[in-house]
Design a protein around this ligand. Structure first.
Ligand SMILES: NC(=O)c1ccc[n+]([C@@H]2O[C@H](COP(=O)([O-])OP(=O)(O)OC[C@H]3O[C@@H](n4cnc5c(N)ncnc54)[C@H](OP(=O)(O)O)[C@@H]3O)[C@@H](O)[C@H]2O)c1
Length: 277
């Protein structure tokens, strides 16, 4: 029998890539978004999950505006922490496996070697804090869980760094920060990583599901322009030169233990696919 998977935030950037990939892998998928399953409404969460009785819930819904979260902690917390608690409590009750998408921003980013899933967390900004509170709710209320931390996510269906860079390509100069290092991750790679964990029945717990290797935002943009064949006057700058409301970790590299491919190979496939659509 096919396993039933309910996806929250299915209309988001990740959700739109994840759902068809799940279907291709033989799962029956129930797509939900804020209209059909508002995660901040505990009664709605309970009613929908009790009715659908999914074997697995992949919880992609989130408040993802990192800078706005600095001035609106209440809304970020309501969605990322309280909303996740609602999902985790009901998954615990109905015995569903919960996959929670978390972030590298749970770390302080002052390390010098790739973060392991067990390393100490210390979020620098409200988004990271509320996503970490979501992680804690998952650990507390749903034993059958995979917390999958990802980073620097891009995909065909959402606003993201790659698409922003491409939209700036015809400017006389494009400056990109070179002193923040991390692991770019294509939504398709993350989706495949989640399916791998589920398919292999990996032990429940916390995983890093991000591209292998590392680069700076500048290095990411440089590679992306090269692969796209775009001639751009691209120059590195410092975080100080490009201040943002939310602090970003400077070293955001996570050890993924080989679950996803190298970020450059994934980016090459993304650029190829992007040209075809
Ligand atoms: N993007 C990144 O670089 C990145 C990095 C690390 C981790 N992540 C995590 O990866 C996951 C997917 O990210 P994404 O980039 O695909 O985000 P996204 O495009 O912003 O999608 C999030 C989805 O959640 C929905 N949502 C918001 N509030 C909701 C609510 N109360 N109930 C139900 N749905 C609600 C949004 O709907 P509306 O659009 O209508 O608000 C949107 O469809 C998130 O958990 C995020 O925290 C992302």
């Amino acid at each position: 029998m096919h396993k039933k998977v309910l996806v929250t935030g299915a209309n988001g950037m990740l959700g739109q890539d994840l759902c068809p990939i799940l279907e291709k892998n033989g799962y029956d998928v129930i797509r939900t978004d804020v209209q059909t399953l508002d995660i901040t409404n505990p009664d709605m969460v309970e009613t929908v999950l009790q009715k659908e009785t999914p074997d697995i819930v992949i919880h992609c819904a989130a408040y993802t505006n990192v800078d706005k979260a600095e001035e609106d902690l209440a809304t970020a917390r309501k969605i990322n922490a309280n909303g996740t608690e609602n999902i985790a409590k009901t998954c615990g009750k109905i015995g569903a496996t919960l996959v929670y998408i978390s972030t590298d921003y749970v770390f302080a980013g002052n390390g010098t070697k790739p973060y392991e899933p067990t390393d100490k967390t210390a979020p620098l900004n409200n988004y990271g804090l509320t996503k970490w509170e979501g992680e804690e709710a998952v650990r507390k209320y749903c034993k059958k869980h995979y917390i999958t931390r990802t980073s620097w996510l891009y995909g065909i269906h959402g606003k993201n760094f790659v698409e922003t860079m491409i939209s700036l390509a015809d400017r006389p100069e494009v400056k990109v920060v070179d002193d923040q290092v991390g692991c770019p991750t294509w939504t398709v790679e993350l989706s495949n990583g989640i399916i791998k964990l589920l398919g292999e029945q990996a032990p429940f717990g916390t995983y890093h599901v991000c591209g292998s290797g590392k680069t700076s935002w500048y290095g990411f943009a440089k590679k992306m322009f090269e692969l796209s064949g775009l001639k751009v006057n691209l120059n590195p700058c410092t975080t100080e030169e490009f201040p943002r409301p939310a602090k970003r970790p400077s070293y955001s590299v996570m050890d993924n233990h080989g679950i996803c491919r190298n970020w450059e190979d994934a980016l090459a496939d993304y650029i190829k696919l992007r040209k075809e659509v």
